[in-house]
Design a protein around this ligand. Structure first.
Ligand SMILES: C[C@@H](Nc1nc2c(c3cc(-c4cn[nH]c4)ccc13)C(=O)N=C/C2=C\CC1CC1)C(C)(C)C
Length: 325
């Protein structure tokens, strides 16, 4: 059965009195549904409790007819394949199992009681440096894991960064992710040098088809319709800027004007924006993808001084949320 199959095992006695194990695929009836947690463009995420185990989950419900009509079947499969591929990292929302009934598809996922990072940021207005450092580090650690498994998220933004009950990062919404074919070794991975220009990045590592949310879209996606791993680092730069400034770097009256600002690298830092964070953002918001700071260099940047990368990052207590004043 596919990894996503939800089975519970029940002991039963067959006609000859022999005890047998019967595999039962979980279904809608095994859960009691609660409030709606979030609305996606083609889905609703609802709170649910497993009636047997009383465990709490978030269940993403997709209307089959709507998906077919809107030709989104591809995205649903990409999301399921990606979630099934990114299974052993604390920063990724976990998919436990899937099932369907005549009308809908159901994805049973981690419940993230902290909600969306965007919601928390709106309430705080800004994050102070310590909080930005912690959440930035958890997001970067998760991007690193995704990229090492050949996945480009392509739509990273504060709405898609969720927080669990410990206020740890859980990245979600992989419907627009790009799964790269067996990722070939890049020159910089072997020699440690940064590739001279984006042509160094093998074609198969560039992803096609336009995706993303206006404020976080990378310039290469706008000019060449191509996303690469560095596109996620552009979005990461926008997120770091937004946590400290309380707004994204590129935001205009409408999408078109926002795109114009992006391709012109037209943004500025608010007065008082911390200098070290500014230096990091300036090395990420670079028009040429191959010139953006690679992940290893970001981890060594002064802004992340004091962060211990690795399991400790996911064992320490999340800092109390404080605004940057
Ligand atoms: C970004 C997403 N919003 C949300 N997606 C998920 C939540 C979630 C939880 C709250 C929440 C919890 N408590 N209070 C609010 C608010 C928004 C949520 C969750 O717990 N578990 C898995 C989720 C998503 C996984 C699925 C994409 C694979 C959209 C708006 C697209 C529905």
């Amino acid at each position: 059965q596919d990894r996503g199959a939800a089975v519970s095992v029940r002991q039963e006695v067959d006609a000859n009195g022999k005890t047998v194990a019967r595999y039962i695929k979980k279904g809608v009836r095994d859960f009691s549904f609660g409030n709606t947690l979030g609305e996606g463009s083609y889905s609703t995420v609802v709170f649910a409790t497993d009636r047997q185990t009383l465990k709490e989950y978030a269940i993403k419900i997709l209307d089959k007819r709507h998906i077919i009509k809107e030709k989104k079947v591809k995205y649903v499969n990409i999301e399921k394949d990606t979630l099934n591929r990114l299974t052993d990292h604390p920063g990724i929302v976990r998919l436990y199992y899937t099932f369907q009934d005549e009308r809908s598809l159901y994805f049973v996922l981690d419940l993230c009681k902290g909600g969306e990072l965007l919601g928390v940021l709106k309430r705080m207005v800004t994050f102070d440096e310590e909080c930005t450092r912690f959440y930035g580090a958890q997001i970067l650690d998760t991007i690193d894991y995704m990229h090492k498994r050949g996945v480009i998220h392509r739509d990273l933004k504060p709405e898609n960064v969720l927080l669990d009950h410990q206020m740890y990062v859980k990245i979600t919404d992989f419907g627009t992710a790009k799964i790269l074919k067996n990722t070939p070794r890049r020159p910089d991975e072997s020699t440690g040098s940064i590739p001279i220009d984006s042509s160094d990045i093998p074609e198969e590592e560039r992803a096609s088809s336009f995706v993303g949310t206006a404020e976080y879209v990378s310039p290469e996606l706008l000019t060449e319709k191509n996303a690469c791993k560095a596109s996620d680092l552009w979005a990461f730069g926008c997120i770091i800027y937004q946590l400290l400034a309380g707004r994204p770097p590129f935001k205009a009256g409408n999408e078109y004007q926002t795109f114009q600002k992006i391709v012109a690298l037209d943004y500025e830092f608010p007065i008082g924006f911390p200098a070290v964070a500014r230096d990091l953002v300036e090395r990420l918001l670079v028009l040429e993808p191959a010139r953006r700071l690679p992940i290893e260099h970001i981890k060594n940047h002064e802004f992340f001084e004091g962060i211990s990368w690795g399991p400790e990052l996911w064992n320490q207590k999340a800092p109390r949320l404080k605004a940057y004043v």
